[in-house]
Design a protein around this ligand. Structure first.
Ligand code: AMP
Ligand code: MG
Length: 396
């Protein structure tokens, strides 16, 4: 049954996976917790910034019409940040003013203090004016009604902007909950003592880090063993999540039971094999109230499929466009032979301004993946390529 499943392209697989997810609901978080979250609804500035014409410098506020070299003014008061000058600046008058303070009525220019000599209450403009008014106009940063559009991943500068707009509570998409289930009799947790035939589970941790970096809340399920009963237990334990990711057991070996058990428990499978390297065995569908993706167990396959497929699903759950970044182009550092029928995601490093694939592209080599700086994307049946030829790549 499994061997007969048709191979589909990476693009078809991505489209099918994205069909399985819709954006999570909207919740409100305090501004202090909004960084890294996805703004779910447009928000609107509630005030002008600055809320008044404000001084950009420390100096003296005067009437612009009176500003000329050697002009004299009488200082009649002070306007500091948080404490404006209530009166009016008349002819021949100046108000001592500081950065961020309101420009008093009657004033339309701030002479910077370096350009002034002062004796008692009298100042003289010691330099010719340079044309700058040194005033930040009301609403010059943003005005009431200015919109921050959604969806938008909020970075530190966005949080500062929302704060300045006086938006204390921020509507964001709920973080999608992703459950990660590793499967295999050979796997033990890091820190445990493996038996002679065992290895340490690694994919769970790599994928957890990857998906959390993209805004998911990740739950690590207990490792399922290669028996139907252990798998059934693990599936039941997963509960309802936005996305259930199984790792391993998705191939065609005698111990690869994930698809069989998932289908027995109600998985509506939407596809099974993708024409890509690494990562051919991959399944997906709806499982109870969750979207489900079954990743291959080989560590590099799992991480590459995580990057190509699962990250996009997390982004779609957050209401974002599925692509993390655009595909870039660079010259090849070495020659490559013709590609086979599967898209090849080659682990590569920068070498002399070009990208060079590592000699070994085996999908079990985490040490190579950890050193890789990019994935070269070779389409199915790409012809042989020479050094200097352009290839597509994704930055890792
Ligand atoms: P499988 O897809 O279960 O046949 O696994 C393929 C290979 O990946 C085997 O060598 C497994 O030992 C290894 N593998 C499977 N799952 C994991 C995991 N979670 N962490 C590290 N290696 C794994
Ligand atoms: Mg296995």
């Amino acid at each position: 049954m499994i061997a007969a499943a048709p191979m589909i392209s990476v693009a078809e697989a991505r489209a099918a996976l994205l069909q399985l997810v819709t954006p999570t609901e909207i919740e409100t978080v305090p501004l202090a917790e909004a960084a890294g979250r996805v703004l779910a609804r447009p928000v609107v500035a509630r005030r002008d910034q600055p809320p008044f014409d404000a001084s950009a410098m420390d100096g003296y506020a005067v009437n612009a019409a009176e500003v000329e070299h050697h002009a004299m003014f009488k200082v009649i008061g002070e306007s500091a940040a948080g404490h404006g000058y209530a009166g009016r600046v008349g002819a021949g008058q100046a108000v001592r003013i500081f950065t961020g303070a309101p420009v008093p009525e009657g004033a339309s220019h701030v002479v910077i203090q370096e350009d002034v000599t002062r004796k008692g209450d009298l100042i003289t403009l010691a330099s010719p004016p340079d044309g700058a008014t040194n005033i930040r106009p009301r609403g010059g940063d943003f005005a009431v009604g200015q919109v921050v559009e959604a969806p938008h991943l909020l970075g530190p500068a966005d949080v500062a902007l929302l704060a300045a707009m006086n938006i204390a509570d921020v509507p964001v998409h709920r973080r999608p909950v992703v459950a990660l289930m590793s499967t295999g009799d050979e796997l033990v947790m890091p820190g445990e003592t493996p038996g002679p035939d065992q290895i340490i589970v690694s994919n769970t941790f790599g994928l957890k880090a990857m998906l959390e970096a993209h805004g998911a809340e990740v739950r690590v399920l207990p490792i399922a063993r290669d028996t139907k009963s252990s798998l059934r237990q693990a599936f039941d334990f997963a509960g309802d999540v936005d996305l259930l990711v199984t790792i391993g057991g998705a191939s065609v070996g005698d111990h690869d039971l994930v698809a069989a058990v998932a289908q027995e428990l109600g998985l509506e499978r939407s596809f099974y094999k993708v024409a890509m390297r690494p990562g051919k065995p991959l399944m997906a569908g709806r499982f109870r109230r969750s979207a489900m993706v079954g990743l291959p167990g080989n560590p590099v396959s799992a991480m590459v499929c995580g990057r190509i497929f699962v990250v996009s699903m997390v982004r779609a759950l957050l209401g974002l466009s599925p692509d993390v970044d655009a595909i870039s182009q660079a010259p090849l550092a070495i020659a490559l032979s013709e590609n086979g029928p599967r898209a090849h995601y080659m682990r590569a490093f920068w070498s002399g301004g070009g990208l060079q694939p590592f000699d070994s592209q085996d999908s079990s080599l985490l040490s190579v993946l950890a050193r890789a700086e990019a994935l070269i994307l070779r389409p199915p049946h790409a012809p042989a390529a020479q050094p200097g030829d352009t290839v597509d790549y994704l930055t890792l």
